[in-house]
Structure formats: C-alpha cells, structure tokens
Design a protein around this ligand. Sequence first.
Ligand SMILES: NC(=O)c1ccc[n+]([C@@H]2O[C@H](COP(=O)([O-])OP(=O)(O)OC[C@H]3O[C@@H](n4cnc5c(N)ncnc54)[C@H](O)[C@@H]3O)[C@@H](O)[C@H]2O)c1
Length: 248
Amino acid sequence: MPSVNDWLGLSGARVLVAGAGGIGSACIKEFVAAGASVLAVDRDDSRLAALGPGAATERLDLTTTEGCDDAVAAAQDRLGGLDVLVHSIGVNHRVPILETADEDWNRILEINLTSAFRLGRAAGRVMVEAGFGRQIYCSSVSSILAHPDHGPYAASKGGINQLVRVMAREWASRGVTVNAIAPGYVETELTRTHLDRPGVREHYTSMVPAGRLGTVNDLTGPVLYLASRQAAFVTGHVLYVDGGRTLV
Ligand SMILES: NC(=O)c1ccc[n+]([C@@H]2O[C@H](COP(=O)([O-])OP(=O)(O)OC[C@H]3O[C@@H](n4cnc5c(N)ncnc54)[C@H](O)[C@@H]3O)[C@@H](O)[C@H]2O)c1
C-alpha cells in the first residue's frame, strides 16, 4: 500500500511559499513532511524565524517587481529549480467603501493582487521554460460573497480568481497548472482581532453549514493536492474550502 507521500509525489519537489503567516506556515510544515525542499519568503523576519528548521528562508517585500523576481531567483539558487509556487500573502482593512482612502485601496490591491501577478509571472517564466509547474493562490470566499467593509479585499480576491483562470489557460499546454484555494474564515493574524470583537466569531460561525470556522489544517490537504502529481489535469479552478459557507 503506497503511503500518502508516495501518492502525492512531492518528495524532492522544489517549493516556493510566499507568506509565512498562518496558512503559509501550515503549508510549509506539510510540504517539508512530504519530503519537499521549501523556500519561505516573507517581509516579516519574526514570521520566518517562527518556522524553525526544515525550510530555507528569505526576507523580501513582494510588493515590488524586484522583490518578486528575487524570490524566484532565490528559489532557483537555493533549491536548484522551482516546481511549485504557493502565494499566501494578503492584508485586509475593514472599512466601508465611503471611508476607504486611496492609499488603503492601493496598498491592499498591491499586496494581494499585484504581487500575485508579479510573482506568478516570474515563476511562470521558469516553469514554462521547464515544461512543468504548479501554482496555487489564496483566494477567499470574499471573491464571490459581498461582505460589507471588504471593498478592496473582495476586489483583490475576485481579481485573483480571474488571474488564475487566464494564467491557467495560457500555460496549460506547457505543463503548468494554476489553481486557487478559497478559504472561509480561518483564525490567523489576519482575522484574529476582528473575530475577537464581541459576537463576531459566533456570527460568522452561525453562517457556516459545517458549524465551525476553518483551521489552517483544513487548507493544507487541498494545497498539497493541487501541488501534487495527482492534480496534473486540474487547472483554472478555485477550490472553496469553507465548510459550505458559499452555499448559503
Ligand atoms: N485567514 C483567513 O480567514 C483567510 C480567509 C480567506 C483567504 N485568506 C488568504 O490567505 C492568505 C494567507 O492569509 P493568512 O490568514 O495566513 O494571513 P497572515 O496574516 O497570517 O499571513 C500573511 C503573511 O503575508 C505576509 N506579507 C504581507 N505583505 C507582504 C509583502 N508585501 N511581502 C511579503 N510578505 C508579506 C505577512 O508578513 C504575513 O506573514 C492571504 O492571501 C489571505 O487573504 C485568509
């Protein structure tokens, strides 16, 4: 009976994970456990330091073209190539549209969406040339649900869905698949302050048919599957990992 790791075929895969926060760090742990070589990139040293041994790290700001190009170059240099890209950086700022400043719109779009374009483009060049690659992006249920106070965040995640579809189509004949996972609410640094407000956690939980919020461990299986050899014919998908939140 083959082990799960044999089935995934990720042993020796060279994986770049952008964002070592709650979701990114959980994925890094599982990629390392599956035998992959991992480079973790984040702008925050403390996030990288918290990873412990197992993954190589590089502190880079991914809001610039140089930062994204450097991340891919570092993966090639330190891992010997690049097979898998996971984009797991993102920020939110919960205010109504009428109170959203230009700077907040620009900052959120730049971090959530433009970095995905720039990093995907840099990784795509390497993967298309190699004739193989897997790219996985973190979308959100906000990409299709109209949560109030989520204007720029929702726009950035809707943009991710379409970016994924176009990249998937352009690169499908070159052995490169591009997909997204779209989590519902998961407790991480991104959401904790909001969820800790009186009644908020209970309110969001009540809207999930599965009866609970997600955990980072709910997301690692879907990400590793999309990165695996089993998902070779799966491309251009947004996989909602939300306990049924988008059904209601
Ligand atoms: N947590 C949730 O409920 C949830 C739900 C849906 C989607 N997502 C998405 O999943 C992804 C990961 O979210 P998370 O919950 O792990 O958040 P997180 O805040 O725990 O991690 C995000 C990481 O991105 C890094 N980062 C931010 N800007 C950066 C930049 N310019 N350059 C390099 N690194 C940068 C941060 O330092 C942080 O480590 C995001 O795209 C988020 O929108 C999260």
